[in-house]
Design a protein around this ligand. Structure first.
Ligand code: GLU
Length: 293
């Protein structure tokens, strides 16, 4: 199969130099392989994403010198390239996971988890879920765990309000999940120690990143995922999803994260290094890129 790479920005703010560096690596690798590059807009998180950042990121990427073969502005065989228009695909993957017994409803709030959890893996942001609902699962009425409304109805009618729930993937505790990262070599993670049961469908009815990413990379026939090293542990989670769904996983290439002088990861709120601000200051993309290598 010929190489297919992708850029998968979230329109939560202006893109910065850190995104550009990772995306540039993705573009270079697609070019080196004579392959195609897909642009996918990851806009599922309605609270964090803003529609106005979509045209802004298209403009900033073009200014920087990016050229993609398929995307929301160009179309392509796997359209739509905007996640909020692909919910039906995530839903059918969720149904498949549910039918296979891979997921369970979870009614824990973030606070519940913070109270009972252990520290996450160093490079990862997600708390390790203490498995509270894994066994509580059976208390939920079978008919009440519908995918549509994101709530669990009490088994018998009483005055309790319906409770919101998410769907979590049950990881194989203690299993070593290893893979070869094309940039960082062999990666080894232990399920239950480096990451816990993770959310595939959020309690607010939105498909979670891990599921949407796997569904789209598989559906868009991406052969290599190039992205920031903050998502290394997520590759392990995603490999478990690929296996559960019976799909072939892509190769992974995780790039180092760009840090500021204080050693902090660049964030979208650090406007000084946004591509927009660099352009306004008269910086030339070619000169900026030379500083990376
Ligand atoms: N949309 C994610 C982000 O902007 C990237 C996810 C990925 O590349 O898998 O951080």
């Amino acid at each position: 199969m010929s190489y297919r790479g992708r850029l998968a920005p979230s329109p939560t703010g202006l893109l910065h130099l850190g995104h550009a560096r990772t995306f540039w690596t993705a573009q270079e690798r697609a070019r080196a392989h004579g392959g195609a590059l897909v642009l996918r807009i990851e806009d599922l998180d309605r609270a964090r994403c803003k529609p106005e950042f979509v045209p802004a990121l298209l403009e900033d990427l073009r200014w920087f010198g990016f050229e993609w073969n398929e995307g929301p502005d160009r179309g392509g065989p796997f359209a739509s390239y905007t996640q909020s228009e692909r919910t039906h695909l995530y839903r059918s993957a969720l149904e498949k996971l549910r039918a296979g017994g891979f997921i369970y409803p979870c009614t824990c709030s973030r606070k519940d988890i913070q109270r009972a959890t252990t520290a996450p893996h160093a490079e990862d942001d997600e708390l390790i879920y203490p498995d509270t609902c894994r066994t509580r699962n059976h208390e939920l009425p079978v008919g009440g765990c519908g995918l549509d409304n994101g709530t669990v109805e009490p088994a018998t009618f009483d005055s309790r309000p319906a409770k919101k729930f998410s769907w979590r993937f049950r990881i194989p505790d203690g299993e070593v999940v290893s893979f070869h990262d094309e940039n960082r070599g062999r990666q080894i993670f232990i399920a239950g120690k480096d990451f816990g049961d993770f959310v595939v469908w959020r309690h607010d009815g939105i498909p979670a990143y891990q599921l949407a990413c796997v569904v789209d990379d598989a559906a868009m026939q991406v052969t290599e995922v190039v992205r920031g090293a903050d998502l290394l542990v997520s590759a392990a989670r995603q490999l478990l999803l690929y296996r559960a769904l019976g799909w072939k996983p892509p190769a992974f290439f995780h790039c180092p994260l760009l840090r500021d002088r204080a050693g902090q990861r660049l964030a979208k709120r650090q406007d000084a290094l946004s591509l927009r601000a660099l352009r306004v200051r008269g910086e030339a993309p070619g000169t900026l890129r030379q500083k990376w290598f």
